[in-house]
Design a protein around this ligand. Structure first.
Ligand SMILES: NC(=O)C1=CN([C@@H]2O[C@H](COP(=O)(O)OP(=O)(O)OC[C@H]3O[C@@H](n4cnc5c(N)ncnc54)[C@H](OP(=O)(O)O)[C@@H]3O)[C@@H](O)[C@H]2O)C=CC1
Ligand SMILES: O=C(O)[C@@H]1CCC=N1
Length: 272
């Protein structure tokens, strides 16, 4: 996720390689970051990396797995001051956990992004910690909206966001794969089926935001109800209603609801 955000920030030009400094321990990932021009790459956060990052950065993004967060926070705490803005993308890890690990007065924001940030089509939500300033909120908004849509939410909603848009790209990939399988079963070559499935999902999603595809601003969404769009595709006694009836009798609608809800519950479990 960290690499997707870095690459997204570079593509959007909200930042530049010379302004980004990374602590990363995996050698292959270090090489990948070097190849995109990141100048300051330090090793393991728990072995000096956190200190170096805190020394050279004012905005620090924490992108390790939630399970690694305790030791990363411990390594960062002695070096972080009220001059830093710390942004965590870790599923489930609460603002209270972050603030109490990093120390009183530290400015912390909790974000749930998703990997399409890499191609400027991310969907992120964020909750502000108790010490952040209005300028911090502007910085977070600027960074996240440079890589897609972003919206401020109450912290208690972030586990639901995690189950929906954080994990959501994986549900959609599963759906694209399955739709392509259906196309192959009906006689299409694999590549044609995959391209048609992926383009159909991208185009259909864009239609929900109206004719112009919408903007990254949460105040200008103007969405069209997906039920209305669905009804426009389904001709009486036609192909679509036959396909939809199969999906409904397979319980797909309920399966998506349960998937989002179970993933949100898992985020809560991780945090506790
Ligand atoms: N993947 C996604 O779609 C999303 C993920 N997130 C959140 O992003 C975070 C990362 O997830 P994800 O990208 O999937 O996980 P990854 O395992 O791919 O990335 C985590 C990275 O952190 C590195 N790391 C771990 N410990 C240290 C350390 N001490 N010092 C330096 N680097 C370290 C890991 O290195 P190594 O490989 O050596 O272990 C790895 O490169 C999680 O908290 C997750 O909840 C949020 C939204 C979406
Ligand atoms: O699977 C995970 O735990 C992370 C958080 C959201 C997406 N990926």
């Amino acid at each position: 996720m960290g690499e997707a955000l870095i690459r997204g920030f570079l593509r959007s030009k909200v930042s530049s390689p010379g302004r980004i400094c990374v602590s990363v321990r995996d050698v292959e990932r270090q090489d990948a970051l070097e190849r995109i021009g990141i100048g300051s790459i330090f090793g393991d956060a728990t072995d000096g990396g956190s200190k170096e990052v805190a020394q050279f950065s004012s905005v620090i993004l924490l992108c390790t797995k939630p399970q690694a967060m305790t030791e990363v926070l411990q390594s960062l705490a002695p070096h972080v001051t009220s001059e830093h803005l710390v942004i965590s993308v870790a599923a489930g890890i609460t603002l209270q956990t972050l603030e109490s690990a990093l120390g009183e007065g530290v400015r912390v924001v909790r974000v749930m992004p998703n990997t399409p940030a890499l191609v400027q089509c991310g969907a992120s939500a964020y909750a502000l910690g108790k010490n952040v300033t209005a300028r911090d909120a502007d910085i977070v908004d600027l960074l996240l909206s440079s890589v897609g849509f972003c919206i401020a939410v109450e912290e208690k909603q972030l586990d639901a966001v995690t189950g929906l848009s954080g994990s959501g790209p994986a549900y959609v990939y599963l759906m694209i794969e399955a739709m392509a399988d259906g196309g192959v079963m009906a006689g299409l070559p694999r590549e044609t089926a995959l391209a048609l499935a992926a383009k159909t999902v991208a185009g259909a999603a864009q239609m929900v935001f109206g004719d112009d595809g919408g903007s990254n601003s949460s105040s200008a969404l103007g969405m069209v109800h997906p039920g209305v769009l669905k009804d426009r595709v389904a001709s009486p006694a036609g192909t679509t209603i036959a396909g939809l009836a199969e999906l409904e009798s397979s319980g797909v609608r309920g399966a998506f609801i349960r998937a989002v809800s179970r993933a949100a519950q898992r985020a809560k479990e991780i945090g506790s």
